[in-house]
Each structure stands twice: as C-alpha cells, then as structure tokens.
Ligand binder design. Structure first.
Ligand code: S3P
Length: 174
C-alpha cells in the first residue's frame, strides 16, 4: 500500500506543535502522531527519564530513529519535538517526505507560554525565570537556521487552522 501524505509541525518548545497538529489533523480528516509520545512508547520511559538516565545524545539517537521509522499508511500530521529539525539529517528527511510547517513565535511569546511548564522539559528545567528569556533568544537564534527551511511558515499565535489546512491541500495539489 502506498504511504500516506505527511505534514510535519515544527517550532520551539512551547509553540503549540501538538495542539496545532491535533487541530490540523481533525480539520483535514487525517491521522495525528506526536513524535515525543512515539519516542516514549519505543523507549518505555518518559522524555524526562530518557534525558536523566541516558543523556541528550541518546535521546537524539532515539528521536532520529523514531522519526525515520514511523510506520505511516494514512495521511498524517506529525508534531516534532523542538530540537528534531536541528539534529542529524532530520530536517532533510522531513523535507523529503512531507510538507514542513514552522509555527513561528518571538522569544517573549515563547517565554510567557513556557513559564511554569519547565518541569517536563529537560532542557529548561534548570533555567531560572530571570534567565529564561535570554536562554530562549539564544537557542532560537541557533535553531532558526533549521526552522526557516520549512516550506510553510506561519505566525503561531495568530493562527487560522482553516487557512493553514487550505494551504496544505494546495501544497499537495501543486
Ligand atoms: C526538545 C523539545 C521537547 C522534547 C525534548 C527536547 C528540544 O519537545 O523533544 O524535551 O530540544 O527543544 P517539545 O518541543 O514538544 O517540548
């Protein structure tokens, strides 16, 4: 059976990739997959535990392996992790196998969305509130080099799912 069409949702931690991915999948009538959840199923551990017991490098190996081995038959929206596009050849893989959508937000917007939600996110759990904005600004400027390769870039705050789903359908038609 031919594999289904794929849309990958990328963006910084806290940019709403899973929520947007689910809403987009529902609007398109497609399946939804959360890459972080798939990694947790594969590892039998939470992301937090993978980082604390085996470290980030091991997490990145699992992430790349899970991404490239997803078994997909139907049309599917996949929400990536914040770092997925920035490691190994993940971004090239996503560009090659689907349409990539970047949910763009400013460091200030990300900070207010991430405040108080750091506990489940190993990369920011030890960053103090006063340093959070600086951390996000620095990390985002490193990562945007990858994020900006997406073929569709949308404002993550002012997002119209209907418009995005039409853009995606047009993207696959062309
Ligand atoms: C990460 C983001 C997380 C998760 C892991 C690493 C990152 O996903 O994959 O903690 O490198 O930015 P979310 O973006 O869904 O929080």
């Amino acid at each position: 059976m031919a594999a289904g069409r794929r849309v990958y949702i990328i963006g910084f931690m806290g940019s709403g990739k899973s929520t947007t991915g689910k809403r987009l999948a529902a609007t398109l009538g497609w399946q939804f997959i959360d890459l972080d959840k798939e990694i947790e199923i594969k590892a039998g551990k939470t992301i937090k535990d993978i980082f604390s017991t085996s470290g980030e490098d091991h997490f990145r190996e699992l992430e790349a392996e899970t991404l490239t081995r997803l078994k997909i038959k139907n049309d599917t929206v996949i929400s990536a992790g914040g770092g997925t596009p920035c490691h190994g050849s993940n971004m090239d893989f996503m560009i090659r196998t689907g349409l990539v959508v970047y949910l763009k937000m400013t460091p200030g917007q990300l900070k207010s969305r991430l405040k108080g939600r750091a506990n489940s996110r190993p990369l920011i759990k030890n960053i103090s509130k006063t340093e959070l904005l600086q951390y996000i600004s620095a990390k985002l400027s490193e990562r945007e080099e990858y994020y900006l390769k997406a073929s569709i870039i949308v404002d993550g705050i002012d997002l119209d799912i209907k418009v995005l789903s039409e853009t995606i359908k047009a993207g696959f038609a062309g």
